[in-house]
Design a protein around this ligand. Structure first.
Ligand code: GTP
Ligand code: SPV
Ligand code: MN
Length: 591
């Protein structure tokens, strides 16, 4: 005889610690209603339908873009706000010169006042989530409380959320507490506060991306980098990609580029026709958690389950995988619209924008139709080249680490670090032109070590020391490289075609890892000679390739002096090994 299975326990009864915290937040913020997120697709669809009814979401043409929606954020809330983002540690030195700092007591007091009664007449959503495969010992859980349904939907796509995550939290007893309210979107009452010593985050006044989806940059980078230092691993702003060579060997590479500098594109690149037999698999496009494994290699998991990617520039030529991926089941933020309710953005070869990202009739004199930091949110399982290892609890072994930036001059297409310690200096020296991913001027070169300037939850000097310590533990460390896809000619044209063609550079790296490719010492590190790169089938002038692989000693002596001055501000905490590595490069360049 069949027995009726018992009703599942209500979410609010699974973890006493979570329930008590939700209750205290409810008392403080005074919402009209509390909703616990179960993490089902039906629940997400119901929530989207509600938002469509309320006019907060727009349903896109269901024939061309099934299950796709458009969300328009407040025009003054379109990017991360680094100047309003704080690390609140007991000691200011622990946050370091790389972070804004506030003492935890003052920060809590300030946020308490902002949160008091802020959810009146709103719904409070409780989203338990797991960063990483749900059964991986490397994964970590958190709970986000938010009064934004848009944020809740994004978190449901970007993380493994709901009941399974809450069950893991109930078993483990620890979780990161992330409290978020959209507030009244006043840029003067907007703060993103991190309390790494308490494993908590408080975010008020923005509903956008990295300010509000607290599992992403706030937890998986700022809080996790602090935990990683204590526990002996690394939390990095890196994509993870698998490359299968025509010989049938698969190697995994992790790459750190600053925001809007090419991670999503490299993570899902399509091999050029003239490189038959290569296959590419995406493990992650933005964040990697890297652990020294028992075999002396570095192993990586992607803590996320979806992509929050830059829309402009996505087209069949640059990234056909992404272009196909965002044609269904995708949430668009701040793109333009065509007359037939299709999304439109700069770089799209078809369609005509009639409504801009702010919902106004499109007028080119007012700037681009889609916001330059417009984004898509989509589950990674929709990526046509998603790796079968995304749910692998052990992660994947990393053969090479790449650092890179957006530099119109100075940095060559690629170079290899002499060894791990030099690689840490190469990472620490990254400088890149700013982009629309953060509020502020675009196109100015700034220091962005390891692409972590906005995301490292502690003092960079301690972080570099930690990188050196982790490297010393690895008996088979990944080789470290630096790339620059963005070098330009004096007319401003990119010298390198980029996108799929970047595989040629990755192929050279893998050959280097196998000791099969040549290189020359360029003083700053090892560079391929033109003949070491596979450029077969490319229309690249020999002079262009030579320019891409050139090291201008004069410019580099200046670069090294600037790097030295930058590192000096970290004072006594700066590891002496970095200074020694910099001195080696300076000597090699005759400085
Ligand atoms: P975040 O999500 O902000 O961390 O960005 P990301 O690092 O994932 O950058 P993404 O891949 O989204 O690329 C950002 C912009 O750079 C897009 O407009 C791309 O079209 C452009 N881009 C990416 N790769 C290349 C490349 O190889 N060459 C050139 N010229 N542009 C590129
Ligand atoms: C970035 O800015 O690096 C992003 C987008 O990946 S956000 O989620 O806003 O941080
Ligand atoms: Mn990013």
């Amino acid at each position: 005889m069949a027995t009726a299975s018992p009703l599942p326990k209500p979410m609010s009864q699974l973890s006493r610690a979570v329930t008590e915290w939700v209750e205290s937040v409810r008392a403080l913020t005074q919402p009209a209603e509390v909703r616990w997120c179960e993490g089902t697709r039906a629940e997400r669809e119901a929530l989207m339908a509600e938002l469509v009814r309320d006019g907060e979401l727009l349903r896109l043409d269901p024939h061309a873009f099934p299950d796709c929606y458009l969300y328009r954020s407040d025009p003054a809330d379109v990017a991360r706000v680094e100047h309003l983002t704080y690390i609140c540690t007991a000691s200011k030195e622990d946050a370091g010169p790389n972070n804004n700092w506030m003492d935890p007591q003052s920060a809590h007091a300030k946020m308490h006042e902002l949160f008091r009664g802020c959810m009146r007449a709103r719904t409070l959503y409780v989203i338990p989530y797991c960063m990483g495969p749900i059964d991986s010992p490397l994964a970590r859980c958190g709970v986000e409380i938010t009064d934004s349904a848009y944020v809740a939907i994004n978190m449901m796509i970007m993380t493994r959320s709901g009941r399974a995550a809450l069950e893991r939290i109930a078993r483990e007893g620890t979780f990161v507490r992330g409290l978020h309210s959209t507030g009244e979107l006043d840029p003067n009452r907007r703060f993103i506060m991190h309390f790494p010593e308490e494993l908590s985050i408080e975010s008020f006044g923005s509903g956008y991306g990295g300010n509000a989806l607290l599992g992403k940059k706030c937890h998986a980078l700022r809080i996790a980098s602090w935990q990683a230092r204590d526990e002996g691993w690394l939390a990095e702003h890196m994509l993870i990609v698998g490359l299968r060579s025509p010989r049938g060997e698969t190697h995994y590479v992790a790459a750190a580029f600053p925001s809007a500098c090419g991670k999503t594109n490299l993570a899902m690149l399509i091999p050029p026709d003239s490189m038959p037999g290569w296959q590419v698999f995406t493990v992650g496009d933005d964040i990697a958690w890297l652990h020294p494994g028992p075999d002396g290699r570095l192993w990586a998991i992607n803590p996320e389950a979806g992509y929050f990617g830059v829309v402009p520039g996505t087209n069949p030529q640059t990234n056909r995988n992404a272009y196909e991926m965002i044609r269904r089941d995708t949430l668009f933020t701040n793109v333009a619209l065509t007359a037939d309710q299709r999304p439109w953005w700069e770089g799209l070869p078809e369609g005509t924008p009639v409504i801009d990202w702010q919902g106004r009739p499109y007028d080119p004199s007012r700037g681009p139709a889609a916001h330059p930091n417009s984004r898509f949110t989509v589950a990674s399982k929709h990526n046509p080249c998603c790796s079968t290892h995304v749910d692998d609890p052990r992660g994947v072994p990393i053969s090479a680490i790449i650092f890179g930036g957006r530099r119109r001059e100075v940095a060559p297409l690629v170079y290899e670090a002499r060894d791990w310690a030099h690689g840490v200096l190469v990472g620490a020296s990254v400088a890149s032109e700013t982009t629309a991913a953060a509020v502020g001027q675009v196109g100015v070169v700034r220091r962005d070590p390891m692409a972590m300037q906005p995301f490292c939850g502690y003092n960079f000097a301690d972080y570099w020391r930690h990188w050196l310590t982790v490297g010393a533990k690895l008996t088979r460390p990944p080789r470290i490289f630096h790339v620059n896809w963005f070098r330009r000619d004096p007319q401003g044209k990119f010298l390198w075609p980029g996108y799929g063609e970047n595989l040629r550079v990755l192929a050279w790296m893998l050959e280097r890892c196998a000791d099969k490719a040549g290189a020359v010492d360029g003083g700053i590190g090892l560079l391929p000679r033109p003949e070491d790169l596979n450029t077969q089938g490319m229309a690249l002038e020999p002079e262009t390739l030579r320019a891409l692989l050139s090291v201008d000693a004069e410019l580099w002596r200046k670069e090294i002096a600037e790097t030295g001055a930058y590192l000096e501000q970290y004072g006594e905490r700066l590891p002496a090994q970095l200074t020694a590595e910099l001195a080696k490069s300076a000597a090699a360049l005759g400085a």
